[in-house]
Ligand binder design. Structure first.
Ligand code: PGA
Length: 250
């Protein structure tokens, strides 16, 4: 099967404001029409309503950064999958390492969140990745497999509907990028784990994330099992994100 177009997803994290968001989208949409890759922006929940309007009719899909593991109820401050759906959210990041670290999200919680997203037709972007200590201890493969296994177990045959992002924790926001070989090695592990779980696993995009920029994107994206990128810092300026989209469209 030939590779589907690359999927590039910006993760704005806790950045943005109403006027900057509008300027960003205007700059981006002026240039994206001819690009061959798929693209999405995962924005803070409070800007979903604004971004739904700004991105409507464009080639850029709307994404969220997290969702509640609960369907509805007394969960102060949380946002449900159904609420995201109301704003035409297409993707939702689940299990980002910052949520695992700062909000103590377990593999089991991440798996339930992926389930909640799938139940309303939102594609979860399931993040997995090892810390530096785990890499140095030779545990990379075991860690990412354990993280993905929880999601596979909870989601059964729906697993072919997810997106996976391999994000080595030591590469996020640090300027250190996994080498194309290091990324490919882990992506191949994840791919075979997905294939063992579903005969439709070929359609799962496996993204790389961690200090991806226009300078290193081409080499990473050229790897056989790298299907796109999850981009933090380099998605905050329209021109930087555009350069990445262009690199992914070649
Ligand atoms: P980065 O972030 O591109 O700034 O390293 C990636 C991510 O955390 O998704």
């Amino acid at each position: 099967m030939s590779k589907p177009p690359q999927l590039l997803v910006g993760n704005w994290k806790m950045h943005g404001d109403l006027s900057a968001n509008a300027a960003f989208v205007a700059e981006l949409t002026a240039e994206v029409s001819g690009l061959a890759c798929r693209a999405a922006l995962c924005v803070p929940a409070v800007y979903l309503a604004q971004m739904q309007v700004l991105l409507s009719g464009s080639r850029i899909d709307l994404g969220a950064q997290d969702l509640s593991a609960h369907e509805a109820g007394a969960y102060t401050g949380e946002v449900s999958a159904q609420m995201l759906r109301d704003f035409s959210v297409r993707y939702c990041i689940v299990g980002h390492s910052e949520r695992r670290l700062f909000h103590a999200e377990s593999d089991a919680t991440v798996a339930v969140k992926a389930q909640r997203a799938l139940a309303v037709g939102i594609t979860p972007i399931v993040c997995v990745g090892e810390s530096l200590a785990e890499r140095e201890a030779g545990q990379t493969e075991a860690v990412v497999k354990r993280q993905l296994a929880a999601v596979i177990q909870a989601n059964g045959h729906c697993i072919s509907e997810i997106v996976v992002a391999y994000e080595p924790v030591w590469a996020i926001g640090t300027g250190l990028t996994a080498s194309p070989e290091q990324a490919q090695e882990v992506h191949a592990v994840l791919r075979s784990q997905l294939k063992a779980a579903s005969s439709h696993a070929d359609r799962v995009s496996v993204l790389y994330g961690g200090s991806m920029t226009a300078h290193n994107a081409a080499e990473l994206l050229a790897q056989p099992d790298v299907d796109g990128g999850l981009i933090g810092g380099a998605s905050l300026k329209a021109q930087d994100f555009l350069s990445l989209l262009k690199a992914a469209s070649r």
